[in-house]
Design a protein around this ligand. Structure first.
Ligand code: BGC
Length: 760
């Protein structure tokens, strides 16, 4: 096939065997179902209530059994051919389970009456349970399932903690069910952390599964788990705290529309709960936690340093009576030193294959010693360095952050070691205090930061005499700089802005310079599947949300999902998948948590890298986003994320760093927000200094859609393209007045063209 034929001619050319479509195909739908089950976390299972016995009779309570939420709102929406809800999922288990239909039909009617529109989602209350219906349900069975859901979306945070807790009507339903049924299972269809103490501390509730928002087959995956057709092996990627106030960001999340002060510093999620005295008691379910239908034993744990790495070997044995998978997690604890350190930090993990009862597998987990270094932003040891402070580094192995056992093996350093000398970039000017390991705050100097200027290094060359097309560059007939030399200033200005969408795309394209044969390559949204609007007539596969995928702790699974989604993009002649989302679950209130992986940057980075590998294996450009600190939606275009350099490096940039270094994404998307006083898309220190110079990133950078940043400043910061369209008038004016040079435009254009050249 000719290069770029999909972009140039938009053919209907299926990618499956015998010219069948892969978009929304059975294989992808089954993958979605498998992923939904693998990411679900079994939180409680007293008296081994689950899996339910064959022939079980169930009364299912809650509107969420009908109104199953497969994904949150905004650009993360996916439009599949159908979404299977929990009631429908259970009905597919005919012969295995009998559902009390009258009750489920009552909720179905209730849902229909409310005509819910998730585009403009307005919460509608849980249905009251009529006493006579409750009684008939109880006469039918002694086993009840309660389903609770939560919706959130792009551009809108939860305004207060009410969404974290059960609403009054939900509490009434729970009270009625617990007063009448001896066996109760709770299912949570949510996109982010919510209160779990209401069932964790209630003996009347025996079992609970965190289903997340599991994509189009989420309801069937739930039924699979309830009936033991799938074994739970998901593990938490966030800490479940006792109250909303227990999360350290809670006090000031909504302090201002104009800023968010990250005063908890690096003590985010379990780093806070496991470290700060007294905070362990605030945890209901710790990070990494999750049960199985079987039990596992860890034995023969051996650890040691091999070269620059620490290697841990663990034997995992299935000691129970059904199959299952276990996740082994390795944490370290660095010496407190002068910087202060979290009590535990995740540095490695591995998941077993499916182990039958009695079966064992030895897992090898290895991580570089350098990963245990901390960023010294204030210079107490060595300014702007990642340092390994002298002392003893302990290693912990277990199946969650809390039960991880300290190994006899320790790594010891007699002297401080500078792991990497970096720079002081993106220093905060308005942060006066940050948390320390004992939970108190330390004042930090608030001063005006000198911002580094990065000179443009692009050198223009002579234009060739005859005209060459981009295909000539692809075929090696001319080099890219000579090709760029042929471009007029107007063409350069045009190409650093987004282009009109074609075909089924709605988010715009890049390139589109017909005179020189540059195709218009289309973008499409993610991360839970390829987002094609319903009017295109194309139904794609809705995969589980990012948090659910991450909770599988299975990078191979993410690679598979990435590959499948990329194939769907490609089949529809789309080249750039605006996926994955790599922001951090800093607060349960963030409306977009469902698009992001975790409170922990290590697992976030590993999962994103897997996703990017899968996507790019199909020659579709992945686009990790939103770089960086877009952990809040309220006033996201103007809100300033005020954060210390240390937290930036160790928490908010870390996931991106892992992803960039391991998987080399072709594109990075900057975020809407301001980072320490400078728009992310104009932030040269973050983009040129950290991303490009320090991490060696060679790909292109796109803005988020319609950012506030000025196009000229964005180019100069190496935010190579402004999407979904540029501001040619701004660039033309700057060019005329000498504020921006041809070299600067060429440098950005070159990276866009390199990305296009890489595409099929
Ligand atoms: C979102 C991005 C998305 C883009 C294109 C923006 O509003 O923040 O995540 O990729 O729109 O739809």
């Amino acid at each position: 096939m000719n290069k770029w034929f999909r972009s140039n001619y938009i053919p209907c050319r299926p990618l499956g065997d015998n010219l069948s479509l892969v978009t929304g195909c059975q294989r992808h739908i089954q993958l979605s179902r498998r992923a939904a089950a693998e990411g679900a976390v079994l939180l409680k299972n007293e008296h081994s209530l689950l899996p339910l016995a064959k022939g079980a009779r169930l009364a299912v309570f809650g509107k969420a059994q009908i109104d199953y939420i497969q994904v949150g709102g905004g650009s993360g929406i996916v439009y599949p051919a159908y979404t299977r809800n929990i009631y429908q999922g259970l009905q597919m288990k005919k012969g295995q389970v009998e559902v009390f239909h009258e009750l489920s039909l009552y909720y179905e009617e209730y849902f229909k009456r409310h005509d819910v529109d998730y585009k403009n989602y307005v919460r509608y209350p849980e249905a009251p349970v009529p006493q006579d219906l409750l009684q008939r349900a109880r006469d039918f069975t002694d086993t009840a399932v309660i389903v609770i859901h939560r919706h959130s979306g792009e551009g809108a945070d939860h305004q207060d903690s009410s969404t974290f807790y059960l609403y009054e009507e939900e509490q009434a339903m729970v009270d009625a069910v617990t007063a009448n049924f001896p066996k109760i299972v709770v299912l949570l269809n949510v996109g982010a952390m919510i209160d779990t103490s209401w069932f964790a501390n209630n003996d009347a509730i025996s079992a609970a599964i965190l289903l997340w928002q599991g994509g189009m087959e989420g309801g069937l995956a739930a039924a699979d788990m309830l009936m033991g057709d799938a074994y739970p092996s998901g593990r938490l990627v966030d800490t479940c705290a006792r109250t909303f106030e227990d999360y350290p960001s809670s006090a000031d999340f909504h302090e201002s529309r104009d800023y968010a002060k990250y005063t908890e510093d690096i003590y985010v999620g379990y780093r806070y709960f496991e470290t700060v005295p007294g905070k362990k008691d605030c945890v209901v379910y710790p990070f990494g936690y999750g049960l199985s239908y079987t039990t596992f034993g860890l034995s023969d744990i051996v650890a040691g340093a091999i070269g620059e790495n620490i290697v841990v070997s663990v034997k995992v044995t299935n000691t129970g009576s059904v199959s299952g998978k276990e996740v082994v997690q390795v944490y370290y604890s660095a010496p407190a030193g002068l910087l202060g350190k979290p009590a535990r930090e995740l540095c490695g993990f591995a998941k077993t294959k499916n182990l039958d009862p009695g079966e064992s597998q030895t897992l090898l987990i290895s991580f570089p010693v350098r990963d245990m270094a901390s960023f010294d932003d204030t210079g107490v040891v060595a300014k702007s360095c990642f340092v390994l402070e002298k002392g003893t580094y302990s290693i912990f192995v277990g199946t969650n952050v809390r039960n991880a056992q300290k190994l006899d093996y320790v790594y010891h350093l007699e002297d401080n070691v500078i792991a990497e000398q970096l720079h002081s970039y993106c220093a905060p000017e308005r942060l006066d205090k940050v948390m320390t390991a004992d939970g108190t705050y330390r004042a930090i100097p608030c001063q005006k930061a000198e911002r580094t200027v990065f000179p443009c290094t692009y050198r223009c060359v002579e234009a060739p005499e005859e005209t060459y097309t981009l295909l000539d560059v692809a075929e090696g007939k001319v080099d890219l700089d000579a090709f760029i030399a042929q471009m007029t200033d107007e063409e350069l200005i045009e190409i650093v802005g987004g282009q009109a969408p074609t075909g089924v795309a709605s988010t715009g394209g890049m390139g589109n310079l017909k005179r020189l044969g540059v195709p218009n390559v289309m973008t499409v949204d993610g991360p839970a599947g390829v987002r094609l609007k319903p009017h295109t007539g194309v139904k794609t596969t809705a995969f589980p949300i990012a948090s659910c995928l991450a909770a599988s702790w299975n990078p191979e699974l993410l690679e598979e999902v990435g590959r499948a989604g990329a194939l769907e993009a490609k089949e529809n002649n789309l080249c750039i998948w605006l996926t994955p989302g790599l922001n951090i679950h800093r607060s349960p209130l963030c409306g977009r948590n469902f698009e992001y992986y975790s409170e922990d940057p290590f697992i976030s980075g590993k999962m994103a890298a897997a996703m990017v590998r899968g996507i790019q294996s199909q020659k579709i450009a992945a686009t990790p986003k939103h770089f960086a600190c877009n952990n809040k939606e309220t006033n996201r275009i103007h809100s300033d994320s005020i954060v210390s350099e240390r937290a930036l490096r160790e928490i908010y940039l870390k996931g991106f760093e892992i992803c960039v270094k391991e998987a080399r994404p072709k594109i990075i998307m900057t975020s809407y927000n301001v980072v320490n006083g400078i728009q992310a898309s104009e932030n040269a220190e973050m983009l040129k200094g950290i991303l490009r110079q320090e991490w060696g990133y060679e790909g292109m950078v796109t803005s988020d859609w319609n950012t506030e940043g000025e196009h000229t400043k964005e180019m100069q910061a190496s935010n190579d393209i402004k999407m979904p369209y540029g501001r040619p008038e701004n660039l033309t004016e700057s060019f005329r007045s000498g504020r921006i040079t041809r070299e600067e435009l060429c440098e950005c254009a070159k990276r866009i063209l390199e990305m296009i050249l890489w595409l099929d």
